[in-house]
Design a protein around this ligand. Sequence first.
Ligand code: ASP
Ligand code: MG
Length: 249
Amino acid sequence: MALIVQKFGGTSLAGPEQIRQAACRVQETVRNGYEAVVVVSAMGHTTDQLLGLAGQLTDQPCRRELDMLLVTGEQVSAALLALALQALGVPSVSLNGAMAGIRTEDLHGEAQILSIDPLRIRAELQAGRVVIVTGFQGVNPAGDPTTLGRGGSDTSAVALAAALKAELCEICTDVDGVYTADPNVVPTARMIDRLSYEEMLELATGGAVVLHPRAVETAKANRVPVTVRSSFHAGAGTWIGETKEEAGR
Ligand code: ASP
Ligand code: MG
């Protein structure tokens, strides 16, 4: 069975209604005959709020404790999305970074993924469950949680797609796709249908916030096809692949 990795960002999981909508989206993927691994960000502005709380207690927070704090945000969304799917009758299970086998270097706050051991995820898929994985986090060699840097759940999604040899990594977000410029600022900006990894990398490093540069690098290195599309309505969004032609397959 073909597998799709679907990632939902914070605005797509901002409250119960959005989480329910995301669950319906995942249900559709399953109904279309795919196995689904879903990567989630923290709800809304949770990560900023958690950092704000820490900031009220100290100017120099210990980075390990910050990671202990921040990983909770994605765990909340993962568990809630699992509950929403189960309420729809879709068997599902949520896993944190360590449970999902995402191993990182020992660098709190900006760790890089070293390897992913997908054994547990595969077993859950085999049992017929949708697997929801917390984005933005992994586990270091000491067994402590680490985070990948702000916006890191895009990278989690692409790295999981590579490790699981997924057919596609779908980034579901609050815009329809990748635009030539910020449509809120430039009214003539238009959505781009297809991009090569290089073109996307240029846009991402140039400040297009829709996809994290490290995620694009990971996609390029592992030749993972990526789409960026709206969480809230249908629409093909933007395809990103090896070449424009391949991206349009
Ligand atoms: N929640 C984290 C952040 O806000 C990770 C992410 O959203 O990708 O940076
Ligand atoms: Mg976030």
